[in-house]
Write a protein that binds this ligand. Structure first.
Ligand code: S3P
Length: 169
């Protein structure tokens, strides 16, 4: 079976959706940010602060090459910028989780741990910059996606079922 690759903007819920899908299927999952943090033995925000964004992007490309060569039949959740690696589609079926920027931002703010959720994301430190990044990326996300799922106003279980149904077709 092909891998399923979840892409989408920061905070859209890729990790939560992946966990829900794992609960409801026989899939196992990997997360590209988790792989990078364990490769480097430090948090993403420290990689950005102590190295650079470009250093982080190079690690994403390294992980992408490994996924393409070595991983199959797996659900892969990714960081919000991972979709820019070369040959993304060769890793698996690309599923975009999408919602309007305001929906994503409000959902983060409503979270009991919202401060932590924002602090761990170097590219979500300034709301106007994050909004501009969202607008810049949206057409690119849509272009690379095989399947697009609108996640606004949907329960996790509904989203998980919708993806599982669509990837089986
Ligand atoms: C990034 C998104 C983050 C993380 C890094 C860069 C991005 O992942 O990979 O901070 O460029 O959008 P999440 O999408 O899980 O927040």
């Amino acid at each position: 079976m092909k891998n399923i690759v979840l892409i989408g903007f920061m905070g859209v819920g890729k990790g939560s959706v992946a966990r829900e899908m794992v609960k409801r299927s026989r899939l196992v999952s990997l997360d590209t940010d988790d792989i990078i943090e364990s490769m480097e033995n430090r948090k993403i925000k420290n990689i950005f602060a102590e190295e650079s964004e470009e250093y982080f992007r190079e690690l994403e490309r390294k992980v992408a090459r490994w996924l393409q060569k070595k991983v199959e039949g797996t659900l892969i959740s990714t960081g919000g910028g991972f979709f820019k690696v070369p040959n993304l589609k060769k890793i698996g079926t690309v599923v975009l989780l999408n919602a309007p920027f305001e929906v994503i931002y409000n959902r983060i703010l409503e979270h009991p741990d919202s401060g932590k959720k924002l602090r761990k994301r170097p590219l979500f430190q300034d709301i106007e910059r994050a909004r501009a990044l969202y607008e810049e990326r949206l057409p690119l996300y849509l272009k690379v996606a095989d399947i697009v799922i609108d996640v606004s106003d949907k329960e996790l279980v509904t989203i998980a079922r919708e993806i599982l149904k669509k990837v089986k077709k």
